[in-house]
Write a protein that binds this ligand. Structure first.
Ligand code: SF4
Length: 194
């Protein structure tokens, strides 16, 4: 297992840094086994922030990357691309949310900082077990199989068919209808269930 993780802790201006002691997070990260480099930056997603990441990967020969910043919904793709531009497979990267799940929801600086450290420690541990992945495309046939011909299965099959796709409905019993066919009448209309 290669062990040269880079940890990048974002201030997000004051969004994170006003609650989380980002310097302390980076300094503590340096002591985590496997971490070869750790730093803070004011805005990691900015062009200079991404450039810092790319340069550090090459200068410090990093092989895995952890970015502690905002939600992956915001910038996971941004950092994955930056990591790839630095020469590392994009899946040897983990993102830690110390903004929405930490600085935005906590007020105690000491506890919020400790939480950020714990989150970074977990991400470092995980990224060391990540494997490089390659994105591939596989052709699919637009055809569906629904298993179970009860009411839900029949409705699902009808919905798919009405959307224009071929459906195969599979039922292990001799007839479709499921539990519904065992009932006599159904409330409130008292219609015949079958
Ligand atoms: S990476 Fe996220 S947390 Fe950091 S500056 Fe950009 S938006 Fe803020």
């Amino acid at each position: 297992m290669k062990k040269r993780v880079g940890v990048f802790v974002c201030d997000c201006g004051t969004n994170i840094a006003s609650v989380v002691d980002t310097e302390k997070v980076a300094e503590t990260a340096k002591k985590i086994p496997g971490v070869a480099f750790a730093t803070t930056y004011k805005y990691m997603c900015s062009d200079p922030g991404q450039e810092l990441l790319r340069t550090a990967i090459q200068e410090h020969k990093l092989e895995q990357v952890v970015v502690a910043s905002c939600s992956p919904r915001m910038h996971e793709k941004t950092f994955r691309k930056a990591v790839e531009a630095g020469g590392i497979n994009g899946y040897l990267f983990e993102m830690v949310n110390i903004r929405e799940q930490d600085s935005w929801v906590h007020h105690d600086r000491g506890q919020a900082t400790q939480k950020a450290i714990d989150l970074v420690r977990m991400a470092v541990s995980k990224v060391l077990h990540n494997k490089p992945l390659q994105i591939s495309s596989i052709p699919v046939r637009k055809k569906a199989m629904v298993i179970g011909g009860g009411i839900a299965g029949m409705q699902a099959a009808l919905d798919i068919a009405e959307a224009g796709h071929q459906v195969v409905l599979v039922e292990k019993e001799a007839s479709i209808g499921g539990k519904m066919t065992q009932l006599d009448k159904t409330f409130p209309t008292m219609d015949c269930a079958a």
